[in-house]
Design a binder for this molecule. Structure first.
Ligand code: SF4
Length: 65
């Protein structure tokens, strides 16, 4: 599984970083940084982050290795 963030949509509000702080964070410039891949055990947190994004900018590819 893999996630990508649409950087055109993302406004760096950071709600995803509140839901899944192990995978999303705002860097020193206030820009979103994130990990594309994650373990199954973190799926719930990632799904919470996806649901929390007001701009629906986080896309999950469940078929990605
Ligand atoms: S919640 Fe959505 S818009 Fe906000 S930083 Fe995360 S991906 Fe970007």
């Amino acid at each position: 599984m893999k996630i990508t963030v649409d950087e055109v949509k993302c406004q760096s509000h950071g709600l995803c970083a509140i839901s899944a702080p192990d995978h999303f964070e705002l860097d020193a410039d206030g820009k979103l940084a994130y990990q594309e891949t994650f373990d199954e055990e973190h799926l719930d947190a990632i799904e919470d982050a996806i649901d929390s994004c007001p701009l629906q900018a986080i896309i999950m590819d469940r078929d990605a290795p």
